[in-house]
Design a protein. Structure first.
Length: 290
């Protein structure tokens, strides 16, 4: 119980700080500042006024968009951490939101390699990749509204256990946050030393797979109903599919992303059908009161 009390005292101040308006203003300022700084560095590189190599020496105008999007994804991953204690369904929805942004970033990344000095015909493959990722992101965004629309939040714990269950989920969220910060710090150091851009989104989803598994095992402490067990387990599989889509080559990544969202929608929809049918069966066959 001391651990749970410590989690409550730690989680809420961190959550309130991240969700505050001042933090939102700060994040917006950081994104704008990074974008402007990248444009300035790109201009200096274009004019030849920045005689340095490595990471800064390779920054150009189109790459400024990719860098800004990468930083935006990092902030979105932090926001996902604070959705975990709400519900696993909302957590999956946030994962899908990040997936759509990853597809958009992939499209902008391909755009950053585009050379306006060459004819379009010689760069059609690059354009096709941009179109594939862009359409994939749009369809994921469209299906996400369907996913949220079919959700029905039902309590899986008794009133007396709910507070403890939420505290355990907050503990898992803090573990994910600490791991994300360590991973991001390692990537930053590696980029500064090697001059190579690295993106930890796929590894972050690997962390989420283990977090979802831990969340599922904790949930078994409070419910052993078959539909809930299936739902939790299937949501872990959704995270696995999303990670596969992040590792897949172009074209296949968009297809796997769409499959991941469709699978998540199917899990929620059929869980609702099963639960409604089960409740209807129980009400129909329970003995009349005397």
């Amino acid at each position: 119980m001391k651990l749970l009390d410590l989690v409550k005292k730690t989680y809420h101040p961190v959550h309130d700080f991240w969700e505050s308006r001042r933090t939102n203003y700060f994040i917006s300022g950081v994104l704008v500042s990074v974008f402007v700084l990248c444009m300035v560095v790109a201009l200096l590189n274009y004019l030849g006024w920045l005689p340095v190599g490595g990471l800064l020496g390779r920054v150009h105008f189109l790459q400024a968009v990719e860098i800004s999007f990468t930083l935006l994804l990092f902030f979105e991953m932090i926001s996902l951490v604070f959705v975990i204690p709400q519900s696993i369904a909302n957590s999956i929805g946030k994962q899908i939101e990040i997936l759509s942004l990853v597809l958009l970033r992939s499209s902008f990344k391909e755009f950053s390699h585009y050379n306006f000095q060459l004819p379009l015909q010689s760069q059609l493959e690059s354009v096709y990749k941009m179109v594939s990722d862009g359409i994939g992101a749009l369809l994921v965004f469209l299906l996400l509204s369907t996913y949220y629309g079919v959700q029905r939040h039902r309590a899986v714990t008794q009133e007396g256990d709910r507070q403890q269950f939420v505290a355990l989920k907050q503990f898992i969220a803090l573990l994910v946050l600490a791991t994300l910060l360590v991973l991001s710090g390692h990537d930053l150091v590696y980029m500064l030393r090697s001059g190579v851009w690295v993106h930890s989104v796929d590894r972050f989803y690997l962390i989420l797979i283990f977090a979802d598994l831990l969340f599922m095992l904790v949930a078994f402490r409070y419910t052993l109903h078959y539909p809930d067990i299936f739902r939790y387990s299937a949501f872990v599989l959704v995270t696995v599919f999303i990670r596969f889509s992040l590792l897949a080559p172009v074209y296949y990544n968009a297809l796997l992303s769409l499959f991941s969202v469709l699978f998540a929608i199917a899990v929620v929809h059929f869980h609702n059908l099963f639960t409604d049918g089960r409740l209807a069966y129980i009400n129909k066959n329970q003995p009349p009161e005397r």
